[in-house]
Design a protein around this ligand. Structure first.
Ligand SMILES: Nc1nc2c(c(=O)[nH]1)N[C@H]1C(S)=C(S)[C@@H](COP(=O)(O)OP(=O)(O)OC[C@H]3O[C@@H](n4cnc5c(N)ncnc54)[C@H](O)[C@@H]3O)O[C@H]1N2
Ligand code: MOO
Length: 407
């Protein structure tokens, strides 16, 4: 059997960062920058007030106190956005709002609640230090500073930083468009009546959602029957519109394993057994035109785990990311189980804070009560993580510490 590491290496070798495209800031969330963003200006762009109040010369109000306020003449009113530039000389002040440019001559701001709020003359009842409540130009960024590095995934904060430096569109890696096909004569779209032997197709929804959660764009074809002509036809109709294809089912030893039957003849494809549970039978490779294909096993938990371990990292790489793993915690096992041995096990688990366990103590229990079967799709709904159990472990006991990938 092939190791997980070798199979992941083979999967990642099929893909590279997708080419760069321009995306409007409004649509940039979740994309990965293909080019650095530097600040063309100082940020803040100009010295400005951090408070609603009065722009003053600190020396003028050095002796101000509650019982002996200093009286200043109010020269101007400066709301945020005002282009006025009144010169604040000795004995004068300008009423100023948060964000308005500090007028020349002024070197501090007195908050309005420290004054009588006068519009013609103002009484200032407190001294302020030079620079008080002034936000200095360039204290956030200087011209040429790197604000966002290529390879950064754009979240709300990164989008805000790009907007603040005046960028309207960003150069990002294209997102992978990923076709999702499930195979099986037993599959019926969810919600439709079922005769004996039929089940709803959950994998095409699972995998389409997983593609979207990984930052890709799913193209959900749905269920295709176990028929070589139908499967080949569905594949041919998809391309060249997609960057990758994910299939589920039909890769094992069965008499009707259509994915294997059709794709085993493709020179770029291989069907292997990987030393993991679930997820042993795997197909991987490229179609004639180079489109990568991930042929995952049909059992729902197997499809889920296989996507996590092999497909998600590949999609992240296509999106332009270099960190491809999930965050991990070490957790203490609450209820033990017997792993299969000889294969690395990915056990779907619920991860909870241990109330007695201090800051970062996690308690881990199986998501499916009493089972680890790869068919337990309803129990999958409880999953927080996958506990990774080594292939040489014959028993996981309560109190053991396991590594958990947070999914
Ligand atoms: N003789 C052997 N039989 C099996 C072996 C083996 O080594 N020798 N391996 C088992 C393992 S492990 C797995 S995993 C499965 C993988 O089988 P396939 O990838 O060929 O998947 P199918 O046979 O098509 O389906 C398996 C199972 O999953 C259900 N299924 C399939 N697609 C969907 C879907 N879209 N939504 C919901 N459920 C789905 C299907 O009904 C089956 O119950 O093979 C074992 N057998
Ligand atoms: O590998 Mo199968 O995925 O063990 O159920």
């Amino acid at each position: 059997m092939r190791t997980i590491e070798d199979h992941l290496t083979a999967a990642l070798a099929l893909v590279e960062h997708l080419p760069a495209v321009d995306v409007d800031l409004e649509d940039a969330l979740g994309s990965v920058l293909a080019r650095d963003v530097t600040s063309p200006t100082e940020l803040p762009r100009f010295d400005n007030s951090a408070m609603d109040g009065y722009a003053v010369r600190a020396d003028d109000v050095a002796d101000a106190a509650e019982d002996s306020p200093v009286v200043l003449q109010v020269l101007a009113d400066l709301p945020a956005g005002s282009a006025a530039e009144p010169h604040v000389g000795t004995g004068t002040a300008a009423r100023i709002m948060t964000g308005a440019a500090l007028p020349p001559g002024a070197d501090a701001v007195v908050p309005v609640e420290r004054t009588d709020g006068g519009l013609v003359v103002v009484q200032v009842a407190h001294a302020v230090a030079r620079g008080a409540h002034v936000r200095r130009a360039g204290e956030d960024a200087r011209p040429g500073d790197l604000v966002l590095a290529a390879g950064t995934e754009l979240g709300p904060a990164q989008v805000a930083a790009a907007a603040a430096v005046g960028t309207r569109s960003l150069r990002v890696h294209a997102r992978p468009r990923v076709a999702v096909l499930s195979t099986g004569d037993e599959l019926v779209p969810p919600g439709q009546p079922l005769r004996r032997g039929q089940i709803p197709d959950s994998n095409s929804y699972l995998l389409a959602a997983a593609v979207r959660a990984a930052g890709g764009i799913p193209v959900r074809v749905g269920a295709v029957p176990d028929d070589a002509v139908a499967f080949r036809g569905a594949l041919d109709r998809l391309r060249p519109d997609v960057d990758a294809v994910v299939t589920s089912g039909g890769v094992s030893m069965g008499a009707y394993d259509v994915v294997k039957e059709v794709l085993a003849d493709e020179p770029g494809m291989e069907f292997v057994e990987v030393a993991m549970q679930p997820g042993k039978p795997q197909g991987l490779g490229t179609l004639g035109d180079g489109t990568p294909v991930f042929a995952l096993p049909g059992n729902p938990v197997s499809a889920f785990v296989s996507f996590e371990v092999f497909v998600r990292p590949a999609l992240l790489r296509m999106r332009g990311l270099t960190a491809l793993g999930r965050p991990e915690v070490a957790g203490v096992v609450a209820d033990g189980w017997r792993p299969p041995g000889g294969r690395v096990q990915y056990m779907p688990v619920v991860v909870e804070r241990d109330p007695q366990g201090g800051v970062a103590a996690w308690r881990v229990r199986r998501a499916a009560r009493g089972g680890s079967g790869s068919h337990l799709v309803a129990s999958l709904a409880a999953v927080h993580g996958l506990a990774v159990v080594g292939l040489d472990v014959d028993e996981v006991r309560p109190g053991d510490v396991v590594r958990v990938l947070l999914v």
